[in-house]
Design a binder for this molecule. Structure first.
Ligand code: 5GP
Length: 209
């Protein structure tokens, strides 16, 4: 029997696109694992260390970079964010699918290192809705919201680098579509190498070649 590894699905999108809510829906409903990132950003109200993020000082984060403990990292609006290696590889090696909810520079680093990984981009239906959601969320001050919307303008140019683009207009629909998409990724040629090898040698053995 082939032992199937889990797959990594990278999910990005503008700040306020609703990625977090979509990812929460995917984990609670379908049991996906989500990578817990390290960051130098200060915790928001209610966020817990080791659950939402591993909150680090700049010095600690730079030490992790030096020791190559991160799959990727990026600076986003004045803070570092990065994906710890151990957790992600542990999960996929035990057959679980892992979601990486990360921004675009990091997503492109992952694609470069692991071309078989699919990049999924979530967008709101339009810019006004993005700003609306950020204001409604109420977790950032107006100047940070402006910075995040401005960043979204720049980030549009990265959208063509993504394998899949998903509009988050209707949350329920978006979660269901994302689940179908991620499941289908198991069957891409690059994720089926073990199966290809097994079938090939089985057929040769069967025909006594
Ligand atoms: P927030 O401060 O809103 O939690 O996250 C800001 C941005 O950083 C989001 O776009 C989020 O997806 C991204 N992010 C979170 N963790 C990581 C990570 O480990 N690596 C990278 N490159 N981006 C991350």
């Amino acid at each position: 029997m082939t032992h199937n590894k889990g797959i990594i699905a990278v999910i990005s999108g503008f700040s306020g696109a609703g990625k977090g809510t979509v990812v929460n829906g995917l984990t609670s409903r379908y049991g996906y694992s989500v990578s817990i990132s390290a960051t130098t950003r200060t915790p928001r109200q209610g966020e817990e260390d080791g659950k939402d993020y591993f909150f680090k000082t700049k010095k600690e984060f730079e030490q992790m970079i030096k020791e190559e403990k991160l799959i990727e990292y990026a600076k986003y609006v004045d803070n570092y964010y990065g994906t710890p290696k151990d957790y992600v590889f542990g999960k996929i090696n035990s057959g679980q699918d892992v979601l990486l909810e990360i921004e675009m520079q990091g997503a492109l680093q992952v694609k470069k290192k692991f071309p078989e990984v699919s990049l999924i981009f979530i967008t709101p239906p339009d810019a006004a809705e993005l700003k609306n959601r950020l204001v409604k969320r109420g977790t950032e001050k107006p100047d940070v919201i402006e910075k995040r919307v401005m960043r979204a303008v720049e980030e549009c140019s990265f959208m063509p680098e993504y394998d899949y683009i998903m509009v988050n207009d209707d949350l329920e629909k978006c979660i269901t579509q994302m689940h179908s998409l991620i499941q289908s990724l198991h069957y891409t040629r690059n994720n089926q190498q073990l199966l290809i090898d097994r079938i090939s040698s089985d057929f040769k053995a069967f025909m006594q070649l």
